[in-house]
Design a protein around this ligand. Structure first.
Ligand SMILES: [Cu+2]
Length: 183
């Protein structure tokens, strides 16, 4: 009788521990597989038409290292080149300049404009929100590696340039927009 009681209390302790483990497992899965994170990863890797890889040159310029998926977007390895973007295209910008040091931004002024007058359309900078970041058609994604967006006609109408969100006066260039094949 006594032995059986001891056994059943051990089983109860064991079941209790298993229960705690199960709850922990479910919480961990929920944390790592939240739907938002999955959707963001998919957008980063699969749905861009054109991918630009950019880097910084000191605190003075952005360079375009590589363009995949289109010709004539920008001169490579040239300080703050003019970018030519096509309306309707979804772009991924991989920013090797690092988000916390040289965060990438799209602005409503050309490179010749005063940085203090720039209106920010899209920004990779943490805690900065550009005017178009909530536009579902733009489908903005920002993360530590870069940004992804669709150049809608409305965004294209406002878009005049790009800049670094830290070195706003030196790291800046022009953006020209052109109609896509369907436009
Ligand atoms: Cu910078």
């Amino acid at each position: 009788m006594q032995a059986r009681k001891r056994l059943s209390s051990r089983i109860r302790v064991l079941l209790g521990m298993l229960g705690i483990l199960a709850v922990g497992f479910v919480l961990a899965r929920y944390h790592y597989e939240s739907p938002g994170a999955t959707a963001q990863n998919t957008a980063q890797t699969t749905d861009a038409d054109v991918i630009l890889t950019i880097d910084n040159r000191g605190n003075s310029d952005y360079l375009v290292l590589e363009v995949e998926g289109a010709d004539g977007v920008a001169e490579l390895n040239t300080p703050d080149p003019t970018w030519t973007l096509t309306i309707g295209t979804r772009y991924r910008i991989i920013n090797k300049g690092r988000r916390n040091i040289h965060p990438f931004e799209l602005i409503d002024q050309p490179a010749s404009g005063r940085a203090s007058d720039d209106g920010i359309l899209l920004s990779q900078k943490a805690r900065v929100k550009g005017r178009f970041e909530d536009d579902p058609a733009v489908a903005w994604v920002e993360d530590d590696e870069g940004v992804t967006f669709t150049l809608t006609p409305e965004l294209a109408q406002a878009l005049k340039g790009y800049r670094c969100g830290v070195h706003t006066r030196s790291m800046r260039g022009d953006i020209e927009v052109i109609e896509g094949p369907g436009g």
